[in-house]
Write a protein that binds this ligand. Structure first.
Ligand code: TPP
Length: 382
């Protein structure tokens, strides 16, 4: 049994922003707490704060762009900034991340180019970023599939004797999926250097977590032989510390870990969803009290790291990033339709080749104006 994997999640910052010492986790926060000589703790804290503020602004911009018809879909992560930015700040550049579709804050903190954050949601590419340049896989919409990829990669890391570790993100609903459970079996069997990071945002579209899990989700992992912890996912320091601990375990050959970050999805599941159809408005109001950015900001103000000038700088940066995301979206060139067939398989694949060939002939037919019927079909297919 691991402390904190049962009832109350581990919290280092209370909702009013008071930092409480923690016997197990303070060791992982020495730099941000100002206990490492030469480490600029204020700069570290401000960079985490700024990333949270900017991430929230990117999210608002993505939602607005979708509403204006510039993006096909957007999966808002407002409310989950502490879980995403806290964990992302723990992950090293050589570590590999396998996300779901909601980890846009993680991708931003990881250094994704701004257009790459929206590319996939505009339907311009299969993946927004180059997974190997970022050491971060593409957004995964098939629930839980990325956990299998993560464990496979982590087993490779193990067999190669590399120093890297792997982190995979998924939601509470994904833990009901076979893939996630199968990946935990393999991770435990091979003692793979992988961290399962579950953002329990309380809802799997319209399904509340209580229907899927009658015990805290973190309690499932020990059944597979995986050490687990339940942290307050709106507490950025708890998320940072728990991820650092899990990565240390992975790197020191002590196998997988499971983190349940208890948080809340304040927005809709995606822009295609209306949460007022299934969610009580009071629930949202209760969670707004636990806002992760307000909490961290209160703490930083109490230790004199954030003042009006820092707040203004963060807001300015958020606005200019949002503007750059908007500009990039609006001016993004359309891809060649045939690029749809690229990067599907590593090498040539006969069925796909046939489809490409058929599509090319069909396109040439439309462009050559062969028959009004073909043009009508193309319009109708949009
Ligand atoms: C294999 C599979 N089954 C079903 C779906 C449809 N689906 C899309 S999102 C979702 C809920 C996911 O909830 P959760 O894992 O809690 O993640 P969250 O969206 O809350 O971040 C479902 C069932 C899917 N995309 N893939």
């Amino acid at each position: 049994m691991t402390a904190g994997h049962g009832g109350s999640p581990i919290q280092l910052l209370s909702p009013d922003g008071v930092r409480h010492p923690h016997e197990r986790y303070d060791r992982f926060l020495a730099d941000v707490d100002g206990r490492v000589e030469g480490a600029d703790s204020a700069a570290l804290l401000v960079s985490i704060y700024e990333d949270m503020v900017v991430a929230r602004r990117i999210d608002a911009e993505g939602t607005a762009l979708q509403r204006q018809g510039q993006l096909g879909l957007w999966p808002p992560f407002v409310g989950q900034e502490a879980a995403q930015i806290g964990s992302a700040h723990a992950i090293g550049p050589d570590d590999f991340i396998f996300p779901s579709y909601r980890e846009i804050g993680v991708a931003y903190a990881r250094g994704a180019e701004l257009p790459d954050l929206v590319r996939q949601w505009r339907g311009n590419a299969h993946s927004g970023w180059d997974p190997f340049a970022m050491n971060m896989g593409p957004s995964q919409v098939v629930i839980g599939a990325q956990t299998l990829h993560a464990v496979g990669y982590a087993m490779g890391v193990l067999f190669d004797g590399a120093e890297t570790a792997v982190v995979t993100y998924f939601g509470d609903g994904a833990t009901s999926q076979g893939d996630v459970n199968e990946s935990m079996v393999f991770a435990a069997s091979f003692q793979a250097p992988v961290v399962f990071f579950c953002q329990n945002n309380q809802w799997a579209i319209s399904e509340p977590v209580g229907v899927q899990a009658h015990v805290p989700i973190a309690r499932r992992a020990p059944g597979f032989g995986i050490s687990s912890v339940r942290v307050d996912g709106n507490d950025v320091l708890a998320c940072l510390a728990a991820t650092r601990e899990a990565l240390e375990r992975a790197r020191s050959g002590n196998g997988p870990s499971f983190i349940e970050a208890v948080t809340y999805r304040m927005g809709p599941h995606t822009t295609a969803d209306d949460p007022t159809r299934y969610r009580d408005a009071n629930e949202l109001e209760d969670w707004k009290e636990k806002d992760p950015i307000a909490r961290f900001e209160a703490y930083l103000a109490s230790i004199g790291v954030v003042d009006d000038a820092v707040r203004a700088r963060a807001a300015e940066k958020a606005d200019s990033v949002a503007e750059a995301v908007r500009e990039a979206t609006i001016h993004m060139p359309d891809p060649e339709p045939e690029s749809l067939f690229e990067h599907v398989y590593a090498g040539p694949q006969p069925v796909l080749e046939r489809q490409r060939d058929h599509f090319e002939r069909y396109r040439r037919g439309i462009e050559g104006g062969i028959g009004a019927g073909a043009a009508t079909t193309a319009e109708g297919g949009r």
